[in-house]
Design a protein around this ligand. Structure first.
Ligand code: PLP
Length: 421
């Protein structure tokens, strides 16, 4: 459920009408619903009730500092994958003891930043990385709390670009080698083993891969304890999928996911961490765009929008589906015709959807892309010298711009022409 609904025929974000925002900030733009973000955090919190837990929002899904502040105020931790994300979390007031550092290639500088600023744990992904962290921690005279991200070799049954839990993926250490690796860590100075980490992919729409992975983590917990390690925390990653196609998809609910966690690792006496990103932010945001032209082609009509692949790359990158709806609700019975919905960028890949049924639309009409709150604004670029589009946060009946659209001058001023040219 989200808070983007028609009221009197006009799409609203909570109590704010989308055309009102469009008049203020211009199109295209992203808009997020605070109530939806809060609700998604709460459903996870309830799903894990009765188990000691921390929800570490995977901020790569949407890392606007205002969104992070909102999550932090609810008590969420965050999962970061770079020094930049770490500093954004800090800028949002999230304390180091609620920041988990993931990622396959943490640099020594990033390790130092986190060790100096405070960190809940590092999720280690390789032996060279373990050794590097040991050296950095030792040089600072501190001890780094660590887990090892194990690769359980399970098929997450998701898009190949976002599957991470198979042996052929670059992530983690093969679970079959985990005991050796933990033994090695125990011998390294500056590292303290606290638990195990796993994350098998994103947009999972089936619970079985989670169950398989978590069963393997439970077995490994027992084995590592027998080897003398202290395992008190299990980081079970993120990845729970969301419905992108309304009425056509019903991925498992957080409550059912919580039940899988309870059944597989619930009796190990460990604190549970999860790292949901998409499920928290995805359906909490939409992207709003205006029609520039309706171009009638041979056998198909092209709806050319002012948003493009550089603003929302998911359709061209992952063949992703976004529901695209008119901001003014069509009258019942209006004839809908198939349109190819495209942006102005000079690539055929700049196609959001093909043969999508829409009512008659023309220049300046507004459309909304649903489920655009995760992996939307964060993946945007300025390709074709199109300035990054603004982000807006709605809470009840008020809204604020939480990232402004840069001017053309600001965009161009970042380039530097050397004086010798
Ligand atoms: C991307 C990622 C997540 C979040 O995945 P979602 O599908 O957005 O929930 C969690 N943990 C790690 C390590 C990730 O890389």
């Amino acid at each position: 459920m989200d808070h983007f609904l028609y009221r009197d025929g006009v799409l609203h974000a909570e109590d704010v009408s989308i055309p009102d925002i469009a008049r203020t900030v211009g199109t295209p733009f992203y808009v997020y619903s605070a109530a939806t973000l809060r609700r998604h955090f709460q459903v996870f919190d309830e799903a894990l009730a009765g188990m000691e837990h921390l929800i570490c929002y995977a901020m790569k899904a949407n890392s606007n500092v205002a969104v992070l502040k909102l999550m932090g105020d609810l008590g969420a931790g965050v999962d970061v994958v770079s020094g930049g994300e770490y500093l954004r979390a800090k800028a949002a007031g999230i304390p180091g003891e609620r920041i988990v550092f993931s990622g396959v290639g943490k640099t020594r500088d990033e390790m130092r930043l986190a060790l100096e600023g405070g960190i809940r744990q590092f999720n280690l992904e390789s032996e060279p990385e373990m050794r590097a962290l040991s050296e950095v921690a030792t040089s600072l005279g501190v001890t780094a709390p660590v887990t090892v991200r194990v690769n359980p070799n399970v098929d997450a049954k998701t898009h190949e670009k976002i599957a991470t839990g198979k042996s052929e993926n670059k992530f983690g250490i093969p679970i079959t080698r985990a005991r050796e690796v933990y033994a090695e860590i125990a011998d390294l100075p500056g590292l303290e083993v606290i638990g195990i980490d796993v994350h098998i992919g994103s947009q999972l729409t089936d619970l079985e891969p989670f169950r398989l992975a978590y069963q393997k983590v439970a077995e490994l917990t027992q084995a590592l304890r027998e080897d003398g390690h202290t395992i008190t925390r299990l980081d079970l990653g993120g990845g729970l999928g969301i419905p992108y196609e309304r009425g056509n998809e019903a991925p498992p609910l957080p409550m059912e996911y919580g039940q899988v966690i309870r059944e597989t690792v619930g009796d190990l006496g460990c604190e549970i961490e999860i790292e949901p990103g998409r499920l928290i932010a995805g359906n909490s945001g939409i992207m709003v765009s205006s029609v520039i032209y309706l171009k009638e082609g041979e056998g198909r009509d092209f709806l050319i929008l002012d948003a493009a692949m550089n603003d929302l790359v998911r359709p061209s990158m992952y063949d992703a589906h976004h529901d695209i709806v008119p901001v003014f609700e069509p009258e019942p019975g209006v004839e809908q015709r198939p349109h190819d919905i495209v942006g102005p960028v000079c690539e055929s890949g700049d196609t959001f959807a093909k043969a999508r049924n829409l009512p008659p639309l023309g220049p300046n009409d507004l459309v909304a892309f649903r489920s655009a709150g995760a992996y939307g604004a964060v993946m945007a670029s300025e390709y074709n010298s199109r300035p990054l589009i603004p982000e807006v946060l709605v809470d009840g009946d008020h809204f604020a711009v939480i990232r402004a659209r840069p001017t053309y001058e600001e965009m161009i001023a970042r380039d530097i022409v050397p004086e010798w040219l």
